[in-house]
Ligand binder design. Structure first.
Ligand code: FES
Length: 255
């Protein structure tokens, strides 16, 4: 059975399925604004391995993806069809929406914070400008292929499925976020459980002052702040010291 690794998670697939079908079935992070009608390009993904196990780019992909993007191995997930022909190696892909998310979140939690943010905006701008440059040919071709009504309302059939699959993507994202999905990227292993080192919170200047007052008054003053002796988990530390991997996108994986 063909295997597809989407954004570092492996899924089983069937011959003849589109990459988008596999992603939607499993709630993987991929865009499908037009419900797989080949109109929005939000399902764009970069094929990192196993491109030979997919059908070659079709006319719809050539209408919406610039020749340079196709050359770089980018495909529309709703058009690229699995034809593994018995090969055992998985098809590995990174979706555009996931790449953007990783770059954006890299600003908050990675080491290369500004590099991530610059990469995010540059990817966003490049994608938008490529898309705009393809619209004059892609849009008329889509209208003649699907009809104006379908272009305007691509979810006219299957709106329920669209909502259901969108919900599955969101809930998987939340689940992955809770289980430390970001830190697993590339390592394939789970983040070690958080250890609570015994840690005495230092007393605040206010409680020190209070303690001094109590000492002076022979203990007749108000009791010292109890919180000053409470055991806390991790001492405050800078974000850059936390146990997150640098999630800036390697050059080879950029869109
Ligand atoms: S889902 Fe819109 S182009 Fe593929």
């Amino acid at each position: 059975m063909p295997k597809v690794i989407i954004n570092d998670e492996e899924f089983e697939a069937q011959e003849g399925e589109h990459l988008l079908d596999v992603a939607r079935k499993n709630g993987a992070h991929i865009g499908f604004i037009c419900n797989g009608n080949g109109l929005c390009a939000s399902c764009e993904c970069k094929i990192l391995e196993g491109a030979d196990q997919l059908t070659p780019p079709n006319e719809i992909e050539k209408q919406w993806l610039s020749p340079a993007r196709i050359e770089q191995g980018n495909r529309l997930g709703c058009q690229a069809t699995i034809q593994s022909a018995g090969k055992n190696t998985p098809i590995k892909t990174l979706t555009r929406v996931e790449a953007l998310k990783r770059q954006f979140t890299g600003f908050f939690i990675g080491e290369a914070r500004f590099k991530s943010l610059i990469g995010f905006f540059s990817n966003l701008a490049k994608g938008a400008s490529d898309q705009l440059s393809m619209t004059p040919t892609g849009l008329p071709a889509s209208v003649s292929r699907l009809g104006l009504l379908k272009v305007l309302f691509p979810w006219s059939s299957g709106l329920g499925g669209w909502f259901k699959d969108t919900g599955a993507v969101i809930s998987r994202q939340v689940k992955n976020g809770k289980s430390g999905g970001l830190s697993r990227r590339g390592s394939g292993g789970a983040r070690p459980p958080f250890q609570k080192p015994p840690y005495e919170r230092p007393s605040s200047p206010m409680s020190q002052k209070q303690g001094a007052t109590n000492a002076k008054s022979g203990g007749s003053g108000r009791p010292a702040n109890k919180a000053s002796t409470k055991a806390y988990g991790q001492p405050p530390s800078k974000l850059s010291n936390l146990d997150f991997e640098d999630i800036s996108i390697p050059k080879s994986e950029r869109m």
